[in-house]
Design a binder for this molecule. Structure first.
Ligand SMILES: [Ca+2]
Length: 332
């Protein structure tokens, strides 16, 4: 099987960690490296958290590079209120030490540029787009050589998650998101926008988590440790029992196009004012601009969870006999 080569740019973060676990479990993907951007947590913490996930997966061979420590123009606002003081749900997993914890001298930007130019790989962007914007600004040839960008971010009709209209990743660095979308437009690229319209459908419920633990106490226990805080946050914030796991859907979609569908359109990102970070999707073609995005609006939560459970727990579909019932209960 020819593996699709990809760099995962992320800010782990609870749902980023689940996305990394999924990506590393998929034989159809080759994760060339992980690049860290400040977002949910500061870049140093995101770096350490990515390493903790790699240790859990027995994949410390995958290189991790540290990227932007602040947004392009705005002050950095983390999301530790959502992700816990350690960025991993206050699981307070042991820190790595020595060689394993060492931050490489090479920056995320240099790694991305070299790797993309050498391989023509894709990027799955799971955090604010600061690293990608720097790539577009400073290494335009590498940006041009990118095969595909799949981005968890934005929204079309769904409400925001950190303002009435804005999703966190684009809100946290709206200038970066705006640059990436405009650069994509200039270069004839389409960003797959895995936004809140689809990710809100992906709810990890207590029953689904319990099922994971029954099937695999080790992996299920790890996921419970890092999501407990997230469950509490969703209850307080959204009166939801369970947690929305945004980022794994972007990885799943990258590997399987049939999991989400939507439409091509020109999208711009607002960079200031009360709608800062909003994705302005020109679905009616007012601007007559080239479509720079594929805006995803539909997804199938059951098929997502089949993939997620199947890969992370290493189970065949027929072994997941309770999954359909539990996902339907979660959607009811
Ligand atoms: Ca993220």
């Amino acid at each position: 099987m020819e593996k699709r080569q990809v760099i995962i740019d992320c800010d782990p973060g609870i749902d980023d960690s689940l996305a990394l676990m999924l990506a590393l479990s998929m034989e159809e993907l080759q994760v060339l490296g992980i690049t860290i951007v400040c977002g949910n947590c500061p870049a140093d913490m995101g770096f350490a958290n990515a390493k903790k996930v790699l240790r859990q997966m027995g994949r410390l061979d995958v290189p991790v590079y540290k990227g932007a420590e602040k947004p392009l123009k705005r002050a950095f606002v983390n999301a530790l209120d959502t992700h816990g003081a350690d960025g991993l749900g206050e699981s307070f997993l042991p820190e790595l030490s020595g060689e394993e914890a060492a931050v490489p001298e090479k920056t995320a930007l240099d790694f991305m540029a070299e790797t993309i130019e050498a391989t023509g790989c894709s990027v799955i962007a799971l955090g604010p787009m600061t690293n990608l914007a720097e790539l577009a600004l400073k290494k335009p040839e590498a940006f041009r050589a990118l095969d595909e960008i799949v981005s968890m971010g934005g929204s079309f009709k769904s409400h925001g998650n950190c303002s009435p209209v804005a999703e966190y990743n684009y809100w946290a660095d709206p200038d970066a998101a705006a640059i990436v979308y405009e650069s994509a437009c200039d270069m004839g690229k389409r960003i797959a926008m895995v936004g809140l319209d689809v990710t809100r459908r992906i709810v990890l419920t207590p029953n689904l988590l319990e099922y994971m633990k029954r099937l695999d106490p080790e992996t299920g226990g790890f996921i419970q440790a890092i999501t407990k805080f997230y469950f509490d946050f969703h209850w307080q914030q959204e009166h939801l029992i369970g947690c929305v796991i945004n980022d794994p859907l972007a990885v799943a979609y990258f590997a399987d196009r049939s999991l989400c569908s939507g439409f091509a359109a020109y999208t711009a990102v607002e960079t200031g004012g009360i709608s800062m970070g909003q994705t302005v999707v020109d679905s009616m073609d007012f601007y007559h601009r080239e479509a720079n995005s594929l805006v995803l609006t539909e997804t199938d939560a059951l098929r997502f969870f089949r993939l997620f459970f199947g890969r992370i727990l290493g189970r065949k579909e027929e072994e997941l006999d309770l999954l359909e019932k539990l996902v339907e209960e979660g959607e009811a």
